[in-house]
Design a protein around this ligand. Structure first.
Ligand SMILES: C[S@@+](CC[C@H](N)C(=O)[O-])C[C@H]1O[C@@H](n2cnc3c(N)ncnc32)[C@H](O)[C@@H]1O
Length: 287
């Protein structure tokens, strides 16, 4: 079974789970636009700190089963962590985690990236994390990558001053591609790391990080913040770079110790071609 395929476990009644953990799922997210920090603040007469809202709102886009934000929520009780995902099983698991752990600062929103403009207002988010976003390696799926220049341009207006976007991925090709896309969208890179676990050991481990590092992956990362508005030519250069992620692999595919998630079949295919002595396909035409 591939790691990207989510199979419903035996005896798993999805509707029943979604209903049981509904307290942690926000189905009317557009109704909270601009008010997340206040609206989600728990009404608790025992609290004596005088606050009536969360200090910040942070988004984990593509949160999966919620392990990462649950750890963040434990660490920072006065920050609201919102996890968004499009996969109903992930929503159910993430919401279960929030309920079981009693995390009143963790909310799951069952929506995808395209819904962001109707869910958050300008400057509402103090951070966005993109942990192991689906890489969409094929050229004709490039626009679906969450680090694509157009997604990054959309995220800019949601970020508060000083807010950051952090990417973590097992895919060096996606990381190389993302560096160019962040630049094209006018971001300033605070740090780029080819081993985030070594460079930022305090960061909670995500489900995919745990599973993929067990297979030999290293985690690549970028943390960036919006800089000055990008010009049209720069944005266009980012769009023009929308090629297959295969282009970012080394010329010698046999030198790879680890093949990133989602590229296994394509790499095997190209290795087989070379084994059979077929002509190398130039990098920029790999689809
Ligand atoms: C590889 S998993 C990573 C999960 C988790 N972040 C982790 O690191 O363990 C990618 C997740 O992104 C979700 N996803 C893919 N496209 C998305 C989109 N456009 N908006 C929100 N979530 C998306 C998938 O459903 C999946 O749960």
């Amino acid at each position: 079974m591939g790691l990207t395929h989510i199979r419903t476990p035996k005896n798993f009644d999805l509707d029943e789970r979604l209903e049981r953990y509904a307290d942690a799922i926000e189905t009317n997210a557009p109704g909270l636009v601009g008010r997340w920090a206040q609206a989600c603040w728990p009404i608790d007469p025992q609290r004596s700190d005088g606050r009536d809202r969360f200090r910040e709102v942070r988004l984990d886009l593509g949160c999966g089963k919620g392990a990462f934000i649950a750890q963040c929520a434990q660490l920072y009780p006065d920050i609201l962590f919102i996890g968004m995902d499009v996969e109903p099983i992930c929503i159910a698991y993430a919401a279960q985690r929030a309920c079981d752990e009693g995390l009143r600062n963790m909310v799951i929103v069952p929506r995808g990236a395209n819904a962001l403009p109707e869910i958050f207002c300008e400057g509402e988010l103090s951070a966005i994390t993109l942990n192991f976003p689906t890489p969409y390696p094929k050229r004709h799926h490039a626009r679906r990558r969450l680090v694509n220049v157009d997604h990054l341009l959309g995220f800019r207006r949601l970020l508060a001053p000083g807010a950051t976007i952090t990417l973590r991925t097992d895919s060096q090709p996606l990381w190389e591609y993302a560096k160019g896309q962040f630049k094209a969208a006018g971001y300033t890179i605070r740090w780029a790391s080819s081993d985030t676990r070594a460079d930022h050991p305090e960061t909670p481990v995500t489900e995919y990080e745990r599973r993929l590092t067990e297979r030999g992956a290293t985690v690549f990362g970028i943390c960036a913040e919006p800089g000055s508005e990008p010009d049209a030519a720069g944005i266009q250069r980012g769009r023009d770079a929308e090629q297959s992620l295969m282009c970012y692999l080394p010329a010698d595919l046999f030198s790879l110790d680890y093949v990133p998630l989602g590229m296994e079949a394509a790499v095997e295919n190209f290795r087989n071609r070379e084994r059979k002595g077929k002509a190398r396909i130039p990098g920029n035409t790999r689809s």
